[in-house]
Design a protein around this ligand. Structure first.
Ligand code: NAX
Length: 331
């Protein structure tokens, strides 16, 4: 039998945490043959709720779940973890300045970076979910210099999956037959959902989404805004933000990163830019990636048309601004 993998979930008493921990304990993230030990971190005001989640995990009697650490101590939470899913953060409240929210998250991610750097297992993989996800991941990277940058990522897989879902609904095809959409840039409304390289499996072989939809006005307009604004649409409908879809996307992100992407398929991940596609180096930016042997690689050489170029640049500009704002919070 395999040794258990230790998976940290921060903000585990929150909404996404509540959807995510049972998925991990059922093997959705790491496979049905991979035992896990869950480490759950939250802050003292949520300690009792966190303990309630732990009680439910015990009551669920998950065969793969070999232990649960539920704590408000960041060092205890980070010790020995192989995977860290960072869901905890400071939410933007009505009337708050962007800078104030950024400042709270910078201080959270700075201190959690140090705890991970000192106490996590060697080669720990980190996924930041909490918003502003790309910039929180960048701060984490800056303050955990001994964690290789290739091990730090942020979640844009939910946006990627939303794009697959929209194409599947529009064409009335199975979502599993749609592939290779791309989310470029920030996990925010400036992200660019790109279908220029996406395809659908049909009985007659793979067909380009552009060819099958053949409505460029929709693909260049409503499709993009629907994906960009989907988070707000969920809040409007549910009076709560996305949780089950975010948790499911976090599992997809880690699973593909650890176990690999299928041949011929790429996914979107927020990763440290090396300057590919003329995206400024040193930003955490969402790119198309393939994964093999536990490592992601940016898909190279995709042609970028003028329409796309503008959108790639716009979301990069927003990330550069966020980065500057985050740094101004440090001084
Ligand atoms: P909740 O407010 O339900 O849960 C957040 C939890 O984090 C709370 O239990 C809170 O006590 C805890 N927390 C706060 N500060 C902490 C700290 N310093 N250490 C540990 N825990 C801490 O929010 P939820 O709906 O679960 O969303 C969590 C985060 O995900 C938010 O930042 C949200 O904006 C972000 N999202 C990101 C998405 C993405 O695709 N990247 C999509 C979904 C979601 O909106």
């Amino acid at each position: 039998a395999k040794d258990p993998v230790r998976v940290l979930v921060t903000g585990a008493a929150g909404q996404i945490g509540y959807a995510l921990v049972p998925m991990i304990a059922r093997g959705v993230m790491l496979g049905a043959d991979q035992p896990v030990i869950l480490h759950m971190l939250d802050i003292p005001p949520a300690a009792e709720a966190l303990n309630g989640v732990k009680m439910e995990l015990v009551d669920a009697a998950f065969p793969l779940l070999k232990g649960v650490v539920a704590t408000t101590d960041v060092v205890e939470a980070c010790t020995g973890v192989n995977i860290a899913v960072m869901v905890g953060g400071f939410p933007r409240k009505e009337g708050m300045e962007r800078k104030d929210v950024m400042s709270k998250n910078v201080s959270i991610y700075k201190s959690q970076a140090s705890a991970l750097e000192k106490h996590a297992a060697a080669n720990c993989k980190v996924l930041v979910v909490a918003n502003p996800a790309n910039t929180n991941a960048l701060i984490l990277k800056e303050f955990a210099p001994s964690i290789p940058e290739k091990n730090i990522s942020c979640l844009t897989r939910l946006d990627h999956n939303r794009a697959l879902g929209q194409i599947s609904e529009r064409l009335n095809v199975q979502v599993s037959d749609v592939k290779n959409v791309i989310i470029w840039g920030n996990h925010s409304s400036t992200q660019y959902p790109d279908v220029n390289h996406a395809s659908v499996n049909t009985p007659a072989g793979a067909k380009a989404v552009r060819e099958l939809v053949s409505d460029d006005a929709w693909l260049n307009g409503e499709f993009i805004t629907t994906v960009q604004q989907r988070g707000a649409a969920i809040i409007k409908a549910r009076k709560l933000s996305s949780a089950l879809s975010a948790a499911s996307a976090a599992c997809d992100h880690i699973r593909d990163w650890v176990l690999g992407t299928p041949e011929g398929t790429w996914v979107s991940m927020g990763v440290y830019s090396d300057g590919s596609y003329n995206v400024p180096a040193g930003l955490i930016y969402s790119f198309p990636v393939t994964c093999q042997n536990g490592e992601w690689k940016i898909v190279q050489g995709l042609p970028i048309d003028e329409f796309s170029r503008k959108k790639l640049d716009l979301t990069a500009e927003e990330l550069s601004e966020e980065k500057a704002l985050a740094y101004s919070c440090l001084s």
